[in-house]
Design a protein around this ligand. Structure first.
Ligand SMILES: Nc1ncnc2c1ncn2[C@@H]1O[C@H](COP(=O)(O)OP(=O)(O)OP(=O)(O)O)[C@@H](O)[C@H]1O
Length: 465
């Protein structure tokens, strides 16, 4: 905290204003928008920084950089009081709620670190709602991870929306950096679309998921200082029990209002296959970059093919290049639709979704729709329910001992085996994979069956928020 005050004093001397003004001035910058002003490798290169204004701005950035370093490495509890309903946990508390980060609680691992399930209630913190949580622990190595952790705390600590994953709290103790989120029962979209249940998601469920994610992006873009999410992809879309979708992983999110201000030298970040062409070629980052990424995910949902499939021939490797020309031709469109849907969709709905994907994937960012338009286009597609009935798929977790649960299979029921997941850390001798997906067992139904079992709210606007 001492470092924090020294820095404030420096800022006051420099800009001759009161502590209060500085706080009000600094917080909005710190609070949402640090990632443009603070470049990865030290100070921004500002070739045009010749005017007095620009010099001052650069100086302010230098100070903010130090400021952030101080709050990142010192007492966060004092600094983050302004964050909404965020709990600060000790490492011991998080260890307890995850049963010592045990293999039974292991959910998976991403670039940031391992994720474990836990349970919290008000015996841990007064006022804390009893609920399951997901605890994400930053891998110890690297400053990049630390920056992403901070971005997540700062952005999700302030922005609350039904389609952004809720950050419940964090832990910042010695070298430990952890995040505590609401638990999302169905894990991430990538697992449903590709890895475990390829093609099993019914059409209207896909539309519902896309609509929720679109609302999340729309909310970010409509902020006073628009937030560019920058890493929109299926593994960052989490699903609740009724397939309501929420965006997670805000480590790369950045401030849209400043993205184009100055020609900072920034390294292009994000995931191959999802980043907009103008961002890759010229570092030009706007909210329209997110719209392009949304178009890629929409295309993945239509085709159940990944944005980049390295094993394919050159022609079919990049989904957008391969599929976009076919989106506007009704004859060709049917050829690229996910065959496992087996025709169980509204063709009108598919056609409208394909048209939307085509627009989102335009090379010219100005020709892309805003996320508000995307939401308005998807909403009526959810109402197109002229869909044939089909069989439903029941997915069964296969236990470690390869024992399959006793299931009564009717004629129209497919049983798909799912391998149980093992945390690499707890797995003697086996090579550690970068990602390991959740140990979960899920049931995936046809639209009709889901509609019956989860009620009419599943596919109504009310059910999608
Ligand atoms: N809030 C949550 N509720 C339930 N499961 C979660 C939650 N957050 C993450 N997971 C699961 O933990 C695993 C790792 O997720 P994480 O977000 O760290 O990485 P990722 O998005 O899969 O990969 P990458 O970091 O490369 O984008 C995934 O299986 C994900 O579904």
């Amino acid at each position: 905290m001492a470092g924090f005050l020294v820095l404030l004093n420096q800022l006051i001397c420099k800009f001759g204003t009161s502590v209060r003004d500085i706080l009000e001035d600094v917080y909005p910058v710190v609070a949402g928008r640090i990632f443009i002003v603070i470049p990865r490798d030290g100070l921004p290169s500002c070739p045009g920084a010749v005017t007095e204004e620009m010099r001052k701005l650069t100086e302010l950035r230098r100070m903010l950089y130090t400021f952030l370093h101080v709050i990142a490495t010192h007492d966060l509890s004092s600094v983050f009081l302004i964050l909404k309903n965020i709990h600060i946990f000790t490492y011991e508390e998080l260890k307890t709620i995850t049963q010592g980060f045990s293999k039974h609680n292991y959910l998976g691992e991403g670039g940031f670190g391992e994720v474990y399930k836990g349970f919290v209630d008000d015996s841990l913190k007064p006022g804390l709602k009893a609920q399951p949580v997901a605890v994400k622990a930053l891998k110890q190595e690297g400053g990049q991870g630390h920056r992403e952790w901070l971005a997540e705390v700062i952005i999700l600590g302030q922005l609350k929306h039904p389609h952004l994953v809720n950050l419940i709290g964090y832990c910042c103790e010695n070298d430990h950096r952890l995040l505590v989120y609401e638990y999302m029962e169905r894990g991430n979209l990538e697992d449903h679309l590709f890895q475990k249940y390829g093609g099993a998601l019914p059409w209207l469920t896909r539309v519902k998921i896309l609509l929720g994610a679109a609302k999340g992006l729309d909310f970010l873009h409509k902020e006073e200082k628009p937030v560019i999410y920058r890493d929109f992809k299926p593994s960052n879309i989490l699903l609740s029990s009724d397939y309501s979708s929420k965006l997670s992983d805000f480590g790369l999110a950045t401030d849209g209002s400043e993205a184009d201000d100055l020609n900072f030298t920034k390294s292009v970040m994000g995931t191959e296959g999802y980043a907009a062409p103008e961002y890759i070629s010229a570092g030009h980052l706007t909210t329209m970059s997110d719209v392009f990424s949304f178009g890629v995910v929409l295309l993945e949902m239509l085709t159940a093919r990944k944005a980049v499939e390295k094993y394919r021939s050159q022609r079919g490797r990049k989904l957008v290049e391969w599929a976009r020309p076919m989106l506007k031709d009704p004859n060709k469109l049917e050829q690229i639709i996910d065959p496992t849907l087996e025709g169980r969709y509204s063709f009108e709905g598919i056609r409208k979704a394909a048209e939307l994907a085509y627009q989102c994937l335009s090379h010219n960012p100005k020709s892309r729709p805003t996320m508000t338009t995307v939401v308005k286009t998807l909403e009526p597609i959810l109402d197109l329910k002229d869909i044939q009935n089909g069989p439903f798929v029941y997915i069964v977790q296969v236990s470690d001992s390869n024992e399959v649960r006793d299931i009564k299979c009717k004629d129209d029921v497919k049983v798909v085996k799912e391998e149980a997941k093992v945390c690499p850390k707890h797995q003697g001798g086996r090579k550690k994979r970068r990602k390991n997906k959740a140990m979960k067992s899920r049931t995936v139904y046809s639209d009709t069956t889901l509609y019956k079992s989860l009620g009419t709210s599943l596919y109504t606007q009310g059910g999608v928020e």
